[in-house]
Write a protein that binds this ligand. Structure first.
Ligand SMILES: Nc1ncnc2c1ncn2[C@@H]1O[C@H](COP(=O)(O)OP(=O)(O)O)[C@@H](O)[C@H]1O
Ligand SMILES: [Mg+2]
Length: 426
C-alpha cells in the first residue's frame, strides 16, 4: 500500500531553533516524514523516536540525515543528553556560518582595489567563473600580484563558499610529500605510513582546492592530477580503490606554462585541462593607476593593525611610489607600507621616509597608458650620428671643413660618411 500523500503531514513552513515538531500520525511512515522534512529544509535537526527497535529503520533514518534515533521507552536523561548534543551542533553550525560570512567579507571581490581596465576585466571574468560550480580556473601572474587573494575571492563568491577551501603550495614540498598530501595514503604505502591518511582532495570534497605554484609539479603528480580533472577520481597512495570527489580546482603559477610545456617539463594535456579559464593578473607596474589607491588601502589596514594614525602621502612620496617598478608587486608594496609606518612619524608619509631603493629610483615617470618612447623612438648609434652630422652641417651652412672640426673628425672621414668624393671638400 502506498503511503498517504505528504499533505497530511506537512511540517510548519519555518523551523526555528528549538521548535519541536510532533508528528502524531498513526500508520504513517516516520521515515517518509523525515524525508519530506529534509527535502524542505535540509538543515533541520530531526530526532526520531520509535517504539520498536528496528535496526534497518534506524540506519535508514540516520542515512537520511536524522540527528538521532531513540527507542521508546527511554530515560529522560538520554533525551536531554541528545538534545544537548543537538544544540551544541546547532551552535557550531551558526559559528561556522559566521566564520564563512567573515571570510566572505574579507575576501570579497569588492576589496580588490583597481581602476585598471585590464584588471577590471579579470575581476569580471573571475566573478562569472566563481558562479560556475565546477570550472577549473588558472590564475597567472608574477609573484605578489595577488593570485592567492583572487583564488580566495573566487571560492567565497562561489556556491561552494560554506564548504572547505584548502590550499597547497606545490613549490614548498618535496615530491613524495606533495603526493601524499594531495592524495593521502593507506597504511603500509611507505615505511612511515602506519595509519590511513586522507589527502587534501578528499578533505576538500564539496569545496575548492587551491594549488599554488602548479608549474613545479613532478610528472607523476601531473599524471594523477590530470586523472582527477578528467574523471573526478583518484587513489590514495598504496590504495586499490578509486575514490570519487567533487572538488573545484583553482591553480596558480607565476611560471610561463606554455614555455615549460615547450621544454617538456609540463604535460601538454594537463595544461589544456587547466587552461579552460585563464585569468592573467597584470604586474603592478602595468597598472600604475592602482599604486596609490592600493597604498592608501594598505595604510588604512596597517593603521588598525599597528594602532597608528597615518593620513596619506606627501606629493613627492606619492610620485616616488608611482614611479617605482615594484618587482615584488603588491606584496612588496605591502611590506614597504608596513615598514615605513613602523618607522616614520605619523601624519603624511614623506619621500624621505621611504626605503632607499624607492628614493633612489630615478627612472622617469612614464605617462599613463602611453608608450614612453613614442615621442622619441630608440635608434641605432649610426642613425643618431647621421642625424647629428646633418644638424652640424646645417648649422655651418654646409661647410664640411668647419663641420668636421666641430664633429672632431678628419674632413675625409666626414666625406666618407657622406659618401662624397674628396674633391667636393669646400
Ligand atoms: N588587492 C589587494 N589589496 C590588498 N592587498 C593585496 C591585494 N592583492 C594582494 N594583496 C596582498 O599582497 C600579498 C601577496 O598576495 P598573494 O595573493 O599572496 O600574491 P601571489 O599569490 O600572486 O604571490 C598578500 O599579502 C596579499 O594580502
Ligand atoms: Mg602566492
Amino acid at each position: 500500500m502506498k503511503a498517504p500523500k505528504p499533505k497530511a503531514m506537512k511540517p510548519p513552513k519555518r523551523f526555528a531553533v528549538g521548535t519541536p515538531v510532533r508528528v502524531v500520525l498513526p500508520g504513517i511512515d516516520g521515515i517518509e516524514v523525515l524525508r519530506q522534512i529534509k527535502k524542505r529544509n535540509s538543515a533541520a535537526v530531526v530526532l526520531m523516536m520509535s517504539a520498536y527497535h528496528m535496526v534497518d529503520r534506524a540506519v535508514e533514518a540516520m542515512k537520511l540525515g536524522a540527528f538521532d534515533y531513540l527507542i521508546k521507552p527511554f530515560h529522560l536523561t538520554d533525551l536531554s543528553a541528545t538534545l544537548r548534543r543537538a544544540f551544541e551542533m546547532l551552535a557550531l553550525r551558526v559559528r561556522v556560518r559566521d566564520t564563512v560570512e567573515t571570510a566572505k567579507g574579507q575576501y570579497d571581490f569588492g576589496r580588490v582595489v583597481t581602476m585598471n581596465p585590464a584588471m577590471r576585466e579579470v575581476l569580471e571574468m573571475a566573478r562569472k567563473a566563481a558562479e560556475t560550480d565546477h570550472t577549473t580556473i588558472l590564475i597567472l601572474g608574477e609573484s605578489g600580484t595577488g593570485k592567492g587573494v583572487l583564488a580566495r575571492a573566487i571560492h567565497y563568491a562561489s556556491p561552494r563558499a560554506s564548504q572547505p577551501l584548502l590550499e597547497l603550495n606545490c613549490a614548498t614540498l618535496p615530491d613524495a610529500l606533495l603526493e601524499s598530501e594531495l592524495f593521502g595514503f593507506e597504511p603500509g604505502a611507505f615505511t612511515d605510513a602506519r595509519r590511513r591518511k586522507e589527502g587534501l582532495l578528499e578533505r576538500a570534497h564539496g569545496g575548492t582546492l587551491f594549488l599554488d605554484e602548479i608549474g613545479n609539479m613532478s610528472a607523476s603528480v601531473q599524471a594523477k592530477l590530470l586523472r582527477v580533472l578528467e574523471e573526478s577520481t583518484f587513489m590514495r597512495l598504496g590504495g586499490i580503490k578509486s575514490i570519487k570527489v567533487d572538488v573545484r580546482l583553482i591553480a596558480a603559477t607565476n611560471a610561463n606554462l606554455k614555455q615549460i610545456v615547450a621544454e617538456g617539463r609540463f604535460r601538454e594535456d594537463l595544461f589544456y585541462r587547466l587552461n579552460v579559464m585563464p585569468l592573467f593578473i597584470p604586474p603592478l607596474r602595468e597598472r600604475q593607476e592602482d599604486i596609490l589607491p592600493l597604498a592608501l588601502d594598505l595604510m588604512k589596514w596597517f593603521n588598525q593593525e599597528l594602532k597608528k594614525n597615518f593620513v596619506g602621502f606627501t606629493p613627492s612620496a606619492a610620485e616616488l611610489l608611482v614611479r617605482y617598478a615594484w618587482p615584488g608587486n603588491i606584496r612588496e608594496l605591502k611590506n614597504v607600507i608596513e615598514r615605513t609606518m613602523i618607522l616614520a612619524p605619523e601624519g603624511d608619509i614623506d619621500a624621505s621616509s621611504l626605503p632607499e631603493e624607492i628614493r633612489k629610483n630615478e627612472a622617469p615617470l612614464p605617462t599613463l597608458n602611453e608608450d614612453p618612447f613614442r615621442e622619441d623612438p630608440l635608434v641605432t648609434l649610426r642613425e643618431l650620428e647621421d642625424e647629428y652630422i646633418q644638424k652640424v652641417l646645417a648649422a655651418t651652412g654646409n661647410n664640411k671643413t668647419h663641420a668636421a672640426r666641430i664633429l672632431g673628425i678628419h674632413p675625409t672621414s666626414l666625406l666618407r660618411r657622406l659618401k662624397k668624393e674628396p674633391s667636393e671638400l669646400n
